[in-house]
Design a protein around this ligand. Structure first.
Ligand code: GDP
Ligand code: GDP
Length: 433
């Protein structure tokens, strides 16, 4: 993990082309496994081994041309507040525009690592044209072509140097983040949970960024809530900007151990919520799904069962995740939600001894070995849980290249079946021995 990068700029300068280039590979992998609609406006990327989240702010511009300018200014301001670094993209074909100058003025006043990317520099002539962007007063720029990739390496080299190393520490206390779309009931939930100040133990101001962990002691559990300040502050933001809530979600997910994905039962587990769910999954965080406003749903005999089934279909293949039906309004199952989050936290920290793991898994593998491919037999000899902060397992064998995804999923499911990793993404690696 390495923070959040926001790509800002006018429409049509090439932001989404560049964004797609950044997240391409990873998204393709996720799609193959989950089969869900891909999220186009934010994703994970990595460069030189450093991972970071990218947000294409262009995906959030709504409205007609005459309000574009205002919208973009607003997004730049949000990006300045929320991102760790900003890529400001301009277009060499159109040259410096008034809107570029406005954005530059905002960025110059901000104290945020900013990278001016002059896009569409597809050839040497345009390289010369790009110099006019010095006039923006942002200093050095990177001339790039998002289409053919030239120059993007230098830009990314410089970018990742400025990104914080977010090393996930073993936290003493579970760190929970409550995320979801605007109006899901997040702030109500937190208020209901901890509403009275006496449950707050300490406010720990984030060091380099403005996230705030607040330590609570409630229902006999001690935990930190990530970014409650952000949620509280949000109540003051008049418009419920989806972009803002995405920024917040990305940030708090990165800092959490367990993500409580909350949505409004009367609106359903829609695409935006699924994006948040998959983002938490991709970040290997523990997950609890909270179906809020259950009081609004007309109940028939099988409501919970049918509803659960629908959610699980959307979560395929990661279905080993707790789903709790709550009503913050009626204070229904709020305790259960926290209790479950604590369990998921424990599951995520679970370390299976190598001896025990082999005793359980090797006989299973013996009974159902990987299918032979081109007459070659794979022999898995040994497995171990890696000493990482979330569950990763390595299986050692003679021919790792012949072990395919379905068999890896089989191994994962067996691990889930035999040990409790409810709510926790697991990685399975096949290595050469
Ligand atoms: P956005 O509105 O800023 O997200 O811009 P898009 O990524 O949608 O790109 C707008 C147009 O510019 C599209 O037609 C792209 O194909 C084109 N474009 C993007 N990057 C480049 C580039 O590096 N060179 C050229 N020649 N065209 C580009
Ligand atoms: P946030 O934007 O996710 O922080 O959502 P809020 O906590 O501001 O809640 C949005 C609206 O939903 C408010 O009017 C709440 O009173 C309402 N709300 C929250 N939880 C429930 C619930 O369990 N049932 C019902 N009926 N309304 C709720």
């Amino acid at each position: 993990m390495g923070g959040i990068v926001a790509i800002v700029g006018r429409p049509n300068v090439g932001k989404s082309t560049f964004f797609n280039r950044l997240i391409q590979k990873r998204e393709a992998i996720v799609d193959a496994v989950s089969g869900v609609t891909r999220d186009r406006h934010y994703g994970k990327s990595d460069w030189n081994g450093k991972e970071f989240s990218v947000i294409d702010t262009g995906g959030y511009v709504v409205g007609s041309d005459d309000i574009f300018e205002q919208e973009i200014d607003k997004q730049v301001e949000l990006a300045i507040d929320e991102a760790d670094a900003i890529i400001f993209m301009v277009d060499v074909e159109s040259g410096v525009t008034g809107m570029d100058e406005d954005v530059s003025n905002l960025l110059r006043r901000a104290n945020k690592p900013t990278f001016l990317a002059v896009n569409k520099v597809d050839n040497a002539q345009r390289e010369a044209d790009a110099t006019e962007f010095y006039a923006l007063g942002l200093g050095e720029y990177y001339s790039i072509s998002s289409i053919n990739g030239s120059g993007t390496g230098d830009l990314l080299d410089a970018l990742v140097k400025e990104l914080p190393d977010v090393v996930e520490e073993e936290s003493e206390l579970p760190r929970f983040a409550v995320v979801g779309r605007p109006n899901a009931g997040k702030s109500s939930f937190i208020n209901a949970l901890i509403g009275e100040d006496r449950y707050i133990v300490t406010d720990i101001a984030g060091t380099t960024r403005d996230s705030i962990d607040t330590k609570y002691n409630r229902f006999g559990f001690e935990f930190n809530l990530v970014d409650t300040a952000g949620i509280r502050r949000k109540a003051k933001v008049k418009e419920d900007l989806e972009f803002y809530s995405v920024m917040r979600s990305v940030r708090s997910i990165e800092y959490a151990d367990v993500v409580l994905v909350m949505f409004d039962a009367s609106r359903g587990f829609d695409g935006q919520v699924q994006n948040i769910f998959w983002l938490a999954h991709r970040n290997n965080k523990g997950i609890v799904i909270l179906v809020n406003k259950w009081d609004l749903v007309e109940k028939e005999t099988n409501s919970v069962r049918d509803y659960t089934k629908k959610i699980k279909e959307a979560c395929e293949p990661f279905v080993d995740v707790p789903i709790i039906f709550i009503s913050v309004l009626n204070k229904q199952r709020i305790f259960k939600a926290i209790e479950t989050a604590v369990e998921v936290y424990k599951n995520r920290s679970r370390k299976i001894k190598t001896r025990e793991l082999n005793d359980v898994m090797l006989p299973i593998i013996e009974r159902k070995p990987p299918p032979a491919i081109k007459g070659k037999y794979v022999k898995i000899k040994f497995c171990t849980q890696l000493p990482t902060h979330y569950p990763q397992f390595a299986f050692f064998c003679n021919l790792p290249q012949y072990v395919r995804d379905p068999y890896k999923r089989f191994l994962e499911n067996q691990i889930r079946d035999k040990f409790d990793f409810n709510g926790v993404p697991i990685s399975v690696f096949i290595r050469k021995k």
